[in-house]
Design a protein around this ligand. Sequence first.
Ligand SMILES: Nc1ncnc2c1ncn2[C@@H]1O[C@H](COP(=O)(O)OP(=O)(O)OP(=O)(O)O)[C@@H](O)[C@H]1O
Ligand SMILES: [Mg+2]
Length: 226
Amino acid sequence: MDKTYGEGETAVNALKDVSFSVNKGEFLLVVGSSGSGKSTLLNMIGLLDRPTNGRIFIDGVDTMTLDDNEVSAFRNSKLGFVFQSANLIPDLTVLENVMLPRQIQRTDESATTDSLKLLRGVGLEKQAHKRANRISGGQAQRAAIARGLVNKPTIVLADEPTGNLDSITAETIVQLMKSMAKKLGQTFIVVTHEREQFGDVDRIITIKDGRAFEGEEAPSKIEVTV
Ligand SMILES: Nc1ncnc2c1ncn2[C@@H]1O[C@H](COP(=O)(O)OP(=O)(O)OP(=O)(O)O)[C@@H](O)[C@H]1O
Ligand SMILES: [Mg+2]
């Protein structure tokens, strides 16, 4: 799969010949330096943008064959998103925010019970009925994770989910994502700058200049002679 932004002399080849498959239940970390193409990759898999060449199959569906309406419906039902900022709607309660992806699809009785169960899972049961602008940044990100899981998506895509958090809060969010992934058998693709925060993960893909490599790059050995 390739992605080029713009054309002619100003064209940027953000992704070049990228190809990999993700297994069900896998916790995949995507690492690489700034500008290497990580967010571009996540935007392609998240069907927020389309590749210039190539195909993306999710759950056996060739997503390139879907029209814009079908893409939106597919995204709402099959994908969960967690971004750097929680982006909760401030005037809604925490519970209402978590339920939102379910209400776009349909109104069902189980949306409330499922959302409450997830809020308990992320340790926010006491905050469920608070307005979203009355909780802390770390709590908001917990709620965003619950919101990302509420559709029982095929994949949760997270772009720098700990990027706005202090290192201690970030650690708890990482542990939370990993434990939810395990408990629910949930596939995660997580982009991060902070590889160390994640400890052991199922798999790592490194993006370098728009190309994807399996595994992590060995740190360069810097020798200091005084
Ligand atoms: N909408 C866009 N239009 C043009 N160029 C873009 C666009 N989005 C990204 N790019 C370019 O594509 C390349 C990859 O960008 P991308 O945002 O995917 O990097 P990244 O690995 O997520 O970086 P960071 O770690 O800083 O978030 C960069 O050269 C960037 O300038
Ligand atoms: Mg990025």
